[in-house]
Design a protein around this ligand. Sequence first.
Ligand code: PSU
Ligand code: MN
Length: 300
Amino acid sequence: MAPLTISADVTHTLESGKPIVALESAVITHGLPKAAALDAVRRQWVACAEAGATPAVVAVFDGALRVGLSLDDCAALAARRDAVKVSPWNLASATTHPGFGGTTVAATIAAAALAGIRVASTGGIGGVHPGRDGQDVSADLTELSRRAVCVVCAGPKSTLDAGATLERLETLGVPVIGWQSSLLAGFLATSAGLRLPVRAEAVDELAAILGAHWALEGAGAVVSQPLPADLAIPIAELGADEAAPVRGPDRTPAELSRLQARLGDRVIQANVALLERNAALAGALAAALTRLQVSVPSRG
Ligand code: PSU
Ligand code: MN
C-alpha cells in the first residue's frame, strides 16, 4: 500500500491551486472525549470551509498515512480504541500496526509538506515540558524546524513551560507571529505572558511574512491566536499539575485529561472554541496565500 494516500477532494483542490488547510487528528484520538472530538472536527471543518479553504484531516487510517479523511472516517477513527498517537518516530510503524492513529502536529505537518499543503491548524502545539532540565521536548518543535508549513495555534499547551518553548522555537529558527496580539497565547488561558517579536493585524500581513520566510529558505512558522477572555480560563485556575509526570508520549494526553477532570466541561468548551477559531484563521490565511500567490519555492 502507498505510504501516503491523498483523497480525491484534496488532490483536486491542490491541482486547481485552491486554499487548503491540514487538520491534526491526535486531538480526535487522544486530546478530547469522543463526542467533543467529533464536535470539534465538524466545527473546524465548517470554519475552514466558510473561510474559503478545503479542510484536509490527516491521520493514519487503514494502514496508510492519509491526507483528507471524510467526517465519517473521523468518526470511525474516534471509535477505534487501538488508534495510537502518531508522531514522526512511530509514523512508519503505525501504518503497519495497528494501521490507525491520530497524528500530532509533528506528523501532520510532515504529511502536509509531502502533499504540498502549507497551512495547518491545531489547538495548542507541543513544546518543552517543565522539569527534567527541559529535556522532555515535543517533536512538534523539531518538525517545525524542518517542514515549510505554518501552524495556526493558541500557543503551547497550558501544561508546558511556555518560556522554554518560545526559546526553543527561536533556537530552531521558527518565527512565532502574534495574531492581533503582542503576547504569546496561553492555550486555554488568554496569554502565556511572554512578549513576541512580531504581530500581524491582517491575514495579508501574515502571508507577506510567510512569503519572505519561505523565500529565505525558512521552514515552519507558528501563528499564535489568543482565546478571548470571555472564552478562556484564568491562568490561576489552570494552576500547576501536581501529579507525578507521566513520561513520554502519554504525558500530554494524561495532562489534558487531568485538566478536564479537575475543571470540567469548561476545559472542553474552551478547547473546542480555540480549535474552531484557529481553523477559521488558518482558512483565511490559506485563502490569502492563494490570493497573493505566496508559495514555497522549489529548492535544489
Ligand atoms: N492540542 C490540543 N489537544 C491535543 C494536542 C494539541 O488541544 O491533543 C496534541 C497535538 O497533536 C500536539 C500533541 O501535536 O498534543 C503534542 O504531544 P507531545 O507533547 O507528546 O509531542
Ligand atoms: Mn513528548
